[in-house]
Design a protein around this ligand. Structure first.
Ligand code: PLP
Ligand code: COI
Length: 341
């Protein structure tokens, strides 16, 4: 298979249309068998549920080329089950989890020429999503749905790659208590757009959202969970019912405990205690681990001791171990790596 001629090492996090995508439709209570198609466009009725009441959910995972030339993806079973949770919360039918994994494999195979080469720093981002497609005008769930997966080769989510970021404590809330913060619904991201545009205008890379009820606890950013490293090398990560259960964060907890022999605390993290941590990072499929060097809280600066020049040493170890597992350089825990080709 001949790779596409792309400038792999200079890709940003953007959309590049590839050759193939997967589509399956749900009608009369059942999913059809689905197919890989070439058309990247979708034609829907003006009154489709997705347009009127934002009935849409999505997932994000990546495929990698390993050092020995295989194409693999990372823990797709967890994306399948999180998408099932998202579907249930938005009254959408579940796309069967086994079929989700098969469809991911099928689309990546069909786009193998777009999977960035090992060592290029780029990866293939995989975006499964689902939407209500038939007309609904009263506020109710649609009866018909479309599940699709497209892929796009991507570079780092934040410009500057692994350079520490400056973020701000946001005055906006991302998710309500007992709301939808724990699922991957498009509406959560629509909610965050004004906040991220405002943060960017002010020169910040991202927002630190606080818990909406008390505004004293750290939740997450618009697209990643937080990890903190204490001065005595513990990994601390916020626990909250209104943040997305990041697969990267759950994997890092395991990596810290089982590969790096670190103690881990998953607990409420007060904004007040952030100044005492040694390192801070944002973790997610897109973000991988992006280090944070400075957090600005209404004019008050919290400068992490790891500084603004490079990733802190413990964050770096976590980063190297996680990406080593994802790219097949280190042995993975049972079931984490799915070989596609
Ligand atoms: N938090 C939010 C709001 C996200 O959108 C994402 C991205 O998926 C994450 C966290 C990280 O989750 P994961 O590691 O499963 O990609
Ligand atoms: C991901 O990491 O997969 C996400 O969905 C985050 C998004 C902000 C790109």
């Amino acid at each position: 298979m001949e790779k596409k001629q792309l400038d792999w090492s200079n890709l940003g996090f953007g959309y590049i249309q590839t050759d193939a995508r997967f589509v399956s439709n749900y009608k009369n209570g059942a999913w059809d068998e689905g197919a890989v198609v070439t058309d990247a466009n979708i034609v829907l009725n003006e009154c489709a549920g997705v347009f009127q009441y934002a009935q849409t959910i999505f997932e994000g995972l990546k495929a990698y080329t390993t050092e020995d030339g295989r194409i693999v993806c990372f823990r797709p079973d967890l994306n399948a089950s999180r998408m099932a949770d998202s579907a249930k919360r938005l009254e959408m039918p579940v796309f069967p989890e086994e079929r989700f994994i098969d469809a991911v494999i099928e689309v990546v195979k069909a786009n193998a020429a777009y999977v960035p080469p090992f060592g290029s720093g780029a990866t293939l981002y995989i975006r499964p999503y689902m939407m209500g497609t038939n007309p609904v005008i009263g506020v109710k769930p649609a009866d018909e749905y479309m599940f699709r997966i497209f892929v796009t080769p991507v570079g780092p989510y934040f410009k500057g790659g692994a350079k520490p970021l400056t973020i701000k404590v946001s005055d906006f809330d991302r998710a309500a208590p007992h709301g939808t913060g724990h699922i991957k619904a498009g509406l959560n991201y629509a909610m965050s757009l004004h906040a991220i545009v405002t943060a960017h205008e002010e020169g910040y890379a991202e927002n630190m959202y606080l818990d909406p009820q008390t505004r004293t606890k750290v939740e997450e950013t618009g697209g990643a969970n937080f990890i903190f490293i204490t001065k005595d090398n513990k990994l601390v990560t916020p626990k909250s019912d209104s943040i997305l259960p990041s697969i990267t964060r759950r994997s890092l907890v395991y990596v810290a405990q089982h590969y790096l022999n670190m103690e881990v605390e998953e607990r409420e993290v007060l904004l007040e205690e952030v100044k005492d941590f040694a390192e801070c990072g944002l973790c997610g499929t897109a973000a991988v681990i992006s280090p944070v060097g400075r957090i600005v809280d209404h004019g008050k600066e919290i400068c992490l001791p790891s500084g603004m020049d490079e990733m802190g040493p413990v964050t770096k170890k976590l980063y190297d171990t996680l990406t080593g597992i994802q790219m097949g350089k280190l042995e993975a825990p049972e079931g984490w790596i799915k070989t596609i080709l």
